[in-house]
Ligand binder design. Structure first.
Ligand code: NAD
Length: 377
């Protein structure tokens, strides 16, 4: 089957890491008999340089015509790049916000997976880590406090600021369905996080999630208050499979969860709407400090490609093959500089490679599996 992938290489390390993800997808295509056709889309600083805008209407139309979009990263050095002397609506990041809005991407997925081989990068104690953890945070992305009415004004002689946290039942239902659908493909547990002991919006959240959960009898649902969840993430992260939560709680919890996994170069993400369409990108930025040096870690982008196979194309076996190839490369001691062991002694059993070599070595490890294996490693 042929899939049309919009590709936003972007700025900084973006083109370097996207190139490797495309290599891996092409190998998946070869091994499993699919064709991936790429359409290059301009966004970010490179688009400003070429068109005067961070994202043109034409680029949005290209993204809409794709089955999914794979992105590297956008932006430059915020202190020195001329892009940051432009008005905010013309800066690189404005392109990404406009794209998310135009495509209605309301569900953000951030996996937090601890590879056995990279355990030493995890700041938690060994007895807490155990065999490692594997969770996905599903965050509502287009509602809540960040999108509510806000005002700063003088009230009774005092400068006063007000932000509004609003959710309607439909906004909650659609992201909850996403969370349960994802749990069905994983270990079948949803932890819905709210502050229902205080907030009305959280009480509505909880009741709608309960209602949606009834359509997924094979998925276990539990509720957790956000303050408790922040503690549990560092006390016992292995208990989580899918964490489903609203925009601001998800913003904070997903950064906390990713910190406990180690390198930013390993973390993939996806933003989905109510069709199969998704925007897939690494969690890190354009890393201007290492751009052009050929040393960036392409794994987060490669794993974002695996998420695209799983969530937009329903190619679970193919996604498993990519994830297993990454695990295999790590097992064999292949590392980019950001995931090299910090201790001198740990370096004897590993080999340091650059961006392109890491991509090539993962390509070589893509194999055909006849059946889906539950996450191992
Ligand atoms: P950053 O994530 O680009 O870099 C932070 C640190 O992590 C740097 O030391 C960098 O070298 C390292 N790093 C990031 N990705 C890596 C990789 N794949 N391999 C190895 N090391 C990696 O964050 P920043 O420096 O704060 O931001 C730089 C630019 O990126 C800014 O313009 C920012 O706005 C933009 N940004 C874009 C996105 C996006 O495109 N979605 C996200 C975050 C930041």
């Amino acid at each position: 089957m042929e899939y049309r992938i919009g590709v936003i290489s972007g700025d900084g390390i973006g083109p370097e890491i996207v190139r490797e993800a495309k290599k891996v997808l092409d190998q998946v295509g070869k091994v499993y008999g699919h064709t991936f056709a790429y359409d290059e889309i301009l966004m970010g600083g490179i688009s400003i340089d070429k068109t005067g805008e961070p994202l043109t209407d034409g680029a949005i139309a290209q993204a809409k015509a794709s089955d999914a979009v794979l992105m590297g990263s956008i932006g430059g050095n915020t202190s020195t790049s001329p892009w940051y002397k432009l008005p905010p609506e013309l800066r690189p990041e404005a392109g990404l916000l406009k794209l998310r809005k135009s495509l209605g991407l309301f569900a953000n997925l951030r996996p937090a997976y601890l590879y056995n081989e990279l355990k030493e990068a995890c700041p938690l104690r060994d007895e807490i880590i155990g065999d490692g953890f594997d969770m996905v945070i599903v965050r509502e992305l287009t509602g809540g406090l960040y999108f509510g009415k806000r005002v700063t004004e003088e009230r009774g002689g005092l400068k006063t600021a007000e932000d509004t946290l609003t959710y309607n039942e439909e906004e909650i239902r659609r992201v909850a369905k996403r969370g349960f659908d994802i749990a069905k493909k994983r270990r079948k547990k949803v932890t819905s996080v709210d502050k229902a002991n205080v907030l009305d919006s959280s009480r509505l959240w909880r009741s709608v999630v309960e209602e949606v959960g009834k359509d997924y009898p094979d998925v276990t649902l539990e509720h957790m208050l956000v303050d408790n969840c922040a503690m549990q993430l560092v006390k016992d992260p292995r208990q989580f499979d899918v964490i489903l939560t609203e925009n601001m709680f998800g913003d904070i919890l997903s950064d906390e969860a990713s910190m406990v996994t180690g390198s930013i170069g390993m973390l993939s993400s996806a933003s989905l709407n109510d069709t199969k369409f998704g925007l897939y990108e690494p969690s890190g930025g354009s890393a201007p400090d290492i751009a052009g040096k050929g040393i960036a870690n392409p794994i987060a982008t490669i794993l974002s490609g695996a998420m695209m196979l799983r969530y937009s194309f329903d190619l679970d076996r193919e996604a498993d093959a990519v994830e297993e190839a990454v695990r295999q490369a790590l097992r064999e001691g292949i590392r980019t500089i950001d995931i090299m062991p910090q201790q001198e002694g740990g370096r004897e059993s590993v080999v340091q490679v650059g961006t392109a070599e890491m991509g090539d070595l993962i390509v070589q490890r893509i194999q055909k599996y006849e059946c889906v294996t539950e996450s191992e490693g």
